[in-house]
Design a protein around this ligand. Structure first.
Ligand code: NI
Ligand code: MN
Length: 227
């Protein structure tokens, strides 16, 4: 059994069946919906979808303390190497086998600036991740993205889809519903909403709209999901 913990906004940690700790888009200290201190988080691998501050804010200190490997696009990996971190670069469409499973980097339609000190030279494309974990679970983390036709390629390949619903910067609930129709996951975990007023959304209304297409697990920050 694997455990996913939602830390609010778009920050998640996953403990796999094999006991590896993954952290996705670490944004703890400045995240208004997060009550967890980054100092209390375990990490063997840190996955970064893109360089916006609300996805990478705590990546460097977390990786330095834990020695975790940073999985990110080539350009963000270059920046992280410059910070003295261990990295595993990917690019869109490329997968790598890790001790916890297989990770493929998927497309996302969004901005690509790396919003960390000195990061201006490391502009890159944003991404999502498709994970095939050691326990057999298939998890799609869409990242910050618009609805993509490419999501249709994921149909039947995803058990759990983590989708942004906040609107304004990413898909809103209506397009996230279309993403559910494209992907046909068993479970949908909404994210990237209610962190600040401009991305307030009603996750219960989203769950009602999804209906019997999938089970919506609208996790409160700090809540866990076992799968
Ligand atoms: Ni972003
Ligand atoms: Mn974001």
């Amino acid at each position: 059994m694997a455990t996913l913990t939602y830390h609010g906004h778009a920050t998640f940690s996953i403990e796999t069946d094999g006991g590896k700790h993954l952290v996705i888009d670490p944004f703890f200290g400045d995240n208004p919906s997060c009550e967890t201190s980054v100092d209390d988080v375990s990490a063997d691998f840190i996955l970064l979808t893109h360089g916006h501050y609300d996805h990478v804010a705590d990546a460097v200190p977390l990786a330095k303390r834990t020695g975790a490997t940073v999985i990110a696009s080539h350009e963000i990996a270059k920046y992280m190497e410059g910070q003295g971190l261990t990295t595993s670069p990917h690019h869109i469409g490329g997968g790598v086998q890790y001790p916890f499973g297989y990770v493929k980097m998927t497309p996302a339609l969004h901005g690509g600036m790396l919003e960390l000190p000195g990061g201006e030279a490391f502009t890159t494309v944003p991404a999502g991740f498709l994970l095939e974990l050691d326990g057999g679970q298939r998890v799609y983390l869409a990242g910050d993205t618009a609805l993509l036709m490419e999501m249709q390629l994921l149909k039947g390949r995803v058990d759990i889809a983590v989708l942004p619903i906040g609107d304004r910067y990413t898909m809103g609930p209506q397009d996230a519903l279309r993403a559910v129709e494209f992907i046909e996951p068993k479970v949908v975990i909404p994210c990237h909403y209610n962190t600040w007023p401009p991305i307030e959304q009603d996750s219960a209304a989203f769950a009602t709209a999804v209906g019997d297409r999938a089970r919506v697990e609208a996790l409160k920050p700090g809540a866990t999901f076992h799968f």
